[in-house]
Ligand binder design. Sequence first.
Ligand SMILES: C[S@@+](CC[C@H](N)C(=O)[O-])C[C@H]1O[C@@H](n2cnc3c(N)ncnc32)[C@H](O)[C@@H]1O
Length: 344
Amino acid sequence: MENGETKTLPKSGAMVGGDGPRSYAQNSSYQRGVLIIVDELMDEGIKETLDFISPCSDSSNMCKFRIADFGCSAGPNTFLAMEKIMEVLGIPTVYFAAGVPGTFYGRLFPKSTLHLTYASYSLQWLSKVPEEVVDTKSPAWNKGSIQCSGTAKEVAKAYSAQFKTDMDNFLNARAQEIIGGGLMVIIICGLPDGILMSQTVVGICIELLGSCLIDMAKLVSNNIWLGLFFGVISEEKVDTFNLPLYYSSAKELEEIIKNHGHFCIERLNMLNHPMMKRKIDVQSHISQFRAIFQGLLEAHFGRDDVDKIFEYLAKKLAENYDSVFNVAKHQHVEHFILLKRNIN
Ligand SMILES: C[S@@+](CC[C@H](N)C(=O)[O-])C[C@H]1O[C@@H](n2cnc3c(N)ncnc32)[C@H](O)[C@@H]1O
């Protein structure tokens, strides 16, 4: 690294590994499905904007095309995405692949070495929970919620500021690593303009998870014997738990990228994911949630309580299924962004 610093990713932010029934690999068909919708956008976007001369103009770089997937997780999604990109570029699907550990909010690759980068479903993850939202003395303390629901102004301000800092760091690092004329593809969870997280199905599901934690803490504090079943979830633990997750609007993203100044926005589209409205059963919802959030819950509440949390969430979701999924609600969106690194 340029400053000799190795920044690591907290292990808790990782999805469930392996390929077992609870793994991210087995529970990320939704994320995989986005590749079908972005197929055409990637195809025409990359072909129209990539200056094929510049990546190979340096004779020492001849015929080398370096692609990196930031936040690839475990499982097949990264291979399918990389295969798609290579197909668009007309590169044979034979390649040298390597994994690089560390946070993508810092530098991971040498200067001016990447021709195309990709990041899907990873940049809505913040580098950390904004400190104010779990500080009981702060006006931005997010009492009673575990996410940026959008309803409390101070909380939303703290999350938005953290997102901006993280995006700036991401763009700064990539601006160093990507060659002039190189491309960056980003698929990121977000919100339509004017819609709050609390109005979306995903936001309501996260709120339900938060309410499970609050219920469990209340039960334990009211009846010590229930602690034997519900473990050690305390109110204080719940009060200090928030998700490092932020769904941004297109306007917010555009402003951050334009102010940063090293990348030109070639495409910024809001996607309509066809799987958004599919009807799946409670257990499938829980498996998808668990594959994503288990690590964070385990790190905060401990391994023993995680099974109980998800059992309780399954019960609550079954009881509230209609009001969560069948009553018309807003949906979050996925933003597709194609950026081109300015030459200077
Ligand atoms: C939801 S998964 C997305 C995986 C894959 N890109 C896909 O589309 O299915 C998010 C991934 O981003 C990674 N991630 C989140 N924050 C990160 C950070 N600061 N640095 C590196 N990876 C990060 C997580 O560990 C996880 O592997």
